[in-house]
Design a protein around this ligand. Structure first.
Ligand SMILES: Cc1cc2nc3c(=O)[nH]c(=O)nc-3n(C[C@H](O)[C@H](O)[C@H](O)COP(=O)(O)OP(=O)(O)OC[C@H]3O[C@@H](n4cnc5c(N)ncnc54)[C@H](O)[C@@H]3O)c2cc1C
Length: 396
């Protein structure tokens, strides 16, 4: 997985190298899924962990090309913010995904035929050449081009007739950028559960066009009937930042969702100690690919090494209970952290605020300005969200 060195320096270099093509070339060629993926940024593994932030990427591309010339690329980064904000307001969709995945997994274990089809899909032995290629590419590299992801999900659901939650799980276990929001909601989108009734049907011609003729599969489903599911729950209120208080003994908590605490340090946070929380194992009920877990571990280590002289001694904590022990051991008055969005890290934290408060320790959660601005607009489809992107781009 050498294409993604797990460092912020590597992410910044990729951004710099990609920047010249982020305007016209990206708009024209971004849908081409070619070996080495030269037409897209491949920034997502680092963005996933905020080793580099959306605001930094948006600002760099806006400043180089202007917001209109690079509109297509900037709107793709907007999709990430949109999905995050949408799920943040509907955590029940993540909870339901996990429950449905559990139920589907039970069926795989008890139905021999289903198990065989699931195994063939995960190992790339279905006989559908493009699909098998993508399954193997994903396992080998930890990355797939967006169009390959769309086609793969469509074939998984509509041609192979496999449960969508197990496909989403396969991605989450293998993608270096495996993200609870972008992944779950994209799979739901392909299956017709996100934009209700609108599915994505992968066609042989579209696959041939995007792979420049490398693949032209036969025998794909010709209809994509929307999957059944309850309507999404009503949005719930979004988190807001706690008071930024650096009085007393303050500890910094880093989760794998945000490994750029520089803004907190620059605002005057001088932590006496730092805790890290890696929740990769919580992405699935099955083992997450070694390369994925390693990538997250090394991204976290890169952050703490880079900021070693500013963040005090570092302790790796396995879960919320470990963080409470760490806070008590360090006699902290307060723990400060960036908001952990819906997903495994948040799941692992549990009711951290209440447990800390019961011990007289405050929790100060900071929501990034870009999230505070963008997320409230992720109420319906991306179409409505687009309006706020002008402001997001201007302010990044
Ligand atoms: C079924 C399916 C599952 C997906 N799972 C994930 C996932 O787990 N994690 C993830 O980050 N993305 C996911 N995506 C979205 C998208 O495929 C990837 O973000 C993109 O391919 C990453 O490659 P890149 O960095 O070269 O993208 P670029 O085209 O260079 O785009 C730049 C950045 O914009 C964001 N972005 C681009 N397209 C999308 C999109 N459609 N949705 C959300 N954000 C986008 C990403 O952060 C990306 O790094 C999924 C898409 C599908 C169809």
């Amino acid at each position: 997985m050498t294409d993604w060195p797990p460092t912020r320096a590597a992410a910044l270099t990729r951004l710099k190298d990609f920047a010249p093509q982020a305007a016209g070339a990206y708009a024209r060629r971004r849908n081409l899924d070619l070996p080495g993926h030269p037409n897209v940024s491949r920034l997502s593994p680092w963005l996933r962990h905020r080793l580099i932030t959306e605001a930094e990427v948006i600002a760099a591309i806006r400043d180089r090309h202007g917001p209109d010339t690079a509109a297509k690329f900037l709107s793709e980064v907007g999709w990430r913010l949109y999905f995050k904000g949408w799920l943040e307001q509907r955590p029940a969709v993540w909870t339901a995904y996990r429950a449905d995945r559990e139920a589907a997994w039970n069926e795989v274990q008890t139905q021999g035929g289903l198990r065989q089809r699931w195994e063939a899909a995960c190992t790339g032995q279905t006989g559908i050449a493009c699909f098998d290629h993508w399954a193997q590419e994903l396992a080998r590299t930890g990355y797939l081009h967006n169009h390959a992801r769309m086609s793969f999900a469509s074939i998984w659901i509509f041609t192979l007739g496999l449960p969508w939650t197990l496909g989403a799980d396969f991605f989450l276990r293998h993608l270096l950028d495996g993200d609870p929001a972008s992944n779950t909601l994209s799979w739901r989108w392909v299956g017709g559960l996100h934009s209700r009734g609108k599915t994505y049907l992968a066609t042989p011609d579209a696959i041939a066009a995007c792979t420049e003729g490398r693949f032209h599969p036969e025998g794909l489903a010709q209809h994509a009937h929307s999957l059944d599911g309850p309507p999404p729950p009503q949005p719930r209120p979004l988190p807001v930042s706690d008071r930024f208080d650096t009085q007393g003994r303050v500890g910094l908590l880093l989760t794998e969702d945000d490994l750029c605490p520089d803004d907190l340090l620059d605002r005057g946070l001088h932590p006496v100690a730092t805790a890290t929380l890696q929740a990769t194992a919580g992405r699935s009920h099955l083992a997450v690919a070694e390369g994925v877990a390693d990538f997250t571990t090394h991204c976290t280590a890169d952050c703490t090494a880079r900021l070693a002289d500013r963040i005090g001694p570092v302790t790796a904590c396995p879960d919320g209970a470990g963080i409470v022990r760490w806070a008590a051991d360090n006699r902290l008055d307060r723990v400060m952290m960036h908001h952990a969005p819906v997903g495994p890290a948040r799941d692992a934290l549990g009711d951290l605020r209440d447990v800390l408060n019961a011990r007289g320790i405050a929790l100060s959660v900071q929501v990034r300005p870009i999230d505070a601005l963008a997320w409230p607009h992720a109420t319906a489809g991306y179409f409505r969200f687009r309006d706020v992107m002008t402001e997001v781009i201007a302010r990044a």
